[in-house]
Design a protein around this ligand. Structure first.
Ligand code: FAD
Length: 459
């Protein structure tokens, strides 16, 4: 006999645990299934460990440049990779353990550890247990794509999971993929002491961003000694003695990059291939992303998909917002929708990139009448005082409605300052509201009203 529950949640990522809290409070008896690490990608192999390591890398860099601040560091700066890892592991473990304890201690929540797959639209198998419920929530996340580059199987490559297990520094790390994940790891390891080469198939790094953003990021990474190889048309690998050779075009190019380690950071795929979606009749696209409507319902009544597996976002905050949307619709009679969400995210290089809404390229393509203002971080007093003047601020507004269309803040504090614009966009307030706000001196946010004084038509 299957064990009966009101709801089943598959995956302890960024939506499932909070949803469990709301569902059990509503009186439901729920089954919660996690096959590996509580907290999923973000806590264990994504946001948390990388940002912990970004912090170690930042300190190493500051120590190297201490003299510029009038601070003397005796002797060469060295990095104890085991200690860097131990610090990161503790931060991760505290978060993961806290979450597991929360779920296991939750009233009306039975936790199952194991791989879940569908048996029918209302039945899920986990090991020997067959569970049944009229509501099923899929929050299974994703994993790194391993492309079939020629020779990739002949070299020991890493992804975002096993690179975090390194206890010694790579002599030379080759990062394949010059986008968000690749750039963060590339700069981390360069600052910790590795040689780093970043290989990107597009003609510039983070090609989803505007060209000036890509150029500025390339510039500050190259100043730190990272080698950037773009337009890598035909990436291939070969073991050469103790080295790994990475070729970037299909000719016998003598300019292969040689490294000791390879990180593949070329995209993600959803963890849906082993869920037996077909047994439940759940629709998905050609890449395995589960098809959902604006309230995250799948095509099968009583089944929802949240987070990275539904292709409606690829971030922790979008996954958490998926939980809010589902809970609001199901429990609060509040018709929140995915399309109410405004795109925003950060890239955690140092300095970081805070982004919201449309890029300048998007705005130009849209044909909207727009105004634009920019300011280099060399003209932001907080950045000058911190000695961190790389990057710039760029803001776009609609010339007719005066509402913000989007912004990029590439610079120290950009990941925080961007929220002034995010909140104004959610408020649907015109930019003139921000111009009349008094921000705190000295901050990066303080300069945003001043930047707006420079708005001029986008030609
Ligand atoms: C290196 C890296 C850095 C990142 N940094 C950031 C950042 O700074 N900010 C940000 O917003 N986002 C960041 N992300 C993205 C972020 O980690 C994801 O968007 C987020 O974790 C998605 O949450 P999720 O709940 O959808 O999936 P996940 O967090 O992946 O959780 C899914 C869970 O489901 C479990 N599961 C899967 N299949 C099954 C099954 N069949 N049965 C049982 N359990 C199953 C998995 O074990 C996992 O625990 C980063 C990602 C990477 C890789």
């Amino acid at each position: 006999m299957p064990a009966q529950f009101d709801s089943i949640i598959i995956g302890a990522g960024q939506a499932g645990p909070s949803l469990a809290g709301r569902l059990t409070k509503s009186g439901r008896r729920i089954a919660f299934i996690e096959r590996k690490l509580f907290g999923g990608t973000c806590v264990n192999t994504g946001c948390t460990p990388t940002k912990a390591m970004v912090a170690s890398a930042y300190v190493a860099q500051k120590a190297r440049t201490a003299a510029a601040y009038g601070v003397t560091v005796q002797g060469a700066v060295s990095v104890d990779m085991k200690a860097v890892k131990a610090r990161k592991d503790k931060i991760v473990a505290d978060s993961r353990d806290g979450l597991e304890k929360y779920l296991r201690g939750m009233n009306n929540c039975t936790v199952f550890t194991g791989h879940a797959s569908f048996e029918s639209p209302n039945q899920v198998r986990v090991g020997d247990d067959l569970l049944t419920a009229k509501e099923i929530f899929i929050n299974v996340g994703g994993r790194a794509v391993v492309p079939d580059f020629p020779g990739v199987d002949s070299v020991p490559w890493m992804d975002n999971v096993n690179i975090l297990e390194l206890e010694t520094l790579p002599r030379h790390l080759i990062v394949v993929g010059g986008s968000y994940v690749g750039l963060e790891f590339g700069q981390i390891f360069r600052r910790l002491g590795s040689e780093v080469t970043i290989i990107e198939k597009n003609s510039r790094l983070v090609s989803r961003e505007d060209e000036d953003v890509s150029a500025s990021i390339s510039s500050f990474l190259e100043k730190e000694g990272i080698r950037v190889r773009t337009s890598a048309e035909c990436i291939h690998f070969e073991a050469r003695g103790t080295d790994i050779a990475a070729g970037v075009d299909c000719t016998d190019d003598p300019t292969d990059s040689f490294g000791s380690h390879v990180l593949l950071a070329v995209g993600r795929r959803p963890n849906t291939d082993d869920l037996d979606l077909a047994k439940a009749g759940i629709a998905h696209d050609a890449h395995g992303y589960i098809t959902v409507d604006d309230q995250l319902r799948t095509n099968v009544p009583g089944i929802w998909a949240l987070g990275d597996c539904n292709r409606r976002g690829a971030f922790t905050h979008t996954t958490y917002n998926d939980f809010e949307i589902v809970a609001a619709n199901l429990l609060d009679n509040d018709p929140r929708r995915v399309t109410d969400r405004i795109l925003c995210y950060a890239l955690y290089t140092d300095p970081p990139l805070g982004r919201v809404g449309l890029t300048e390229t998007d705005v130009r393509k849209s044909g909207k009448q727009a105004l634009i203002a920019t300011r280099p971080m060399t003209r932001v007093s907080r950045a000058i005082e911190k000695g961190e003047t790389e990057g710039f601020i760029k803001i776009l507004v609609d010339a007719n409605t005066k509402e913000f269309l989007g912004a990029s803040i590439l610079g120290t504090g950009g990941d925080e300052a961007i929220h002034c614009i995010i909140d104004t966009m959610y408020a649907r307030a015109p930019y003139t509201t921000m111009q009349r706000a008094v921000h705190i001196h000295p901050t990066v946010s303080e300069l945003l009203p001043t930047v707006l004084d420079d708005l001029k038509p986008l030609h």
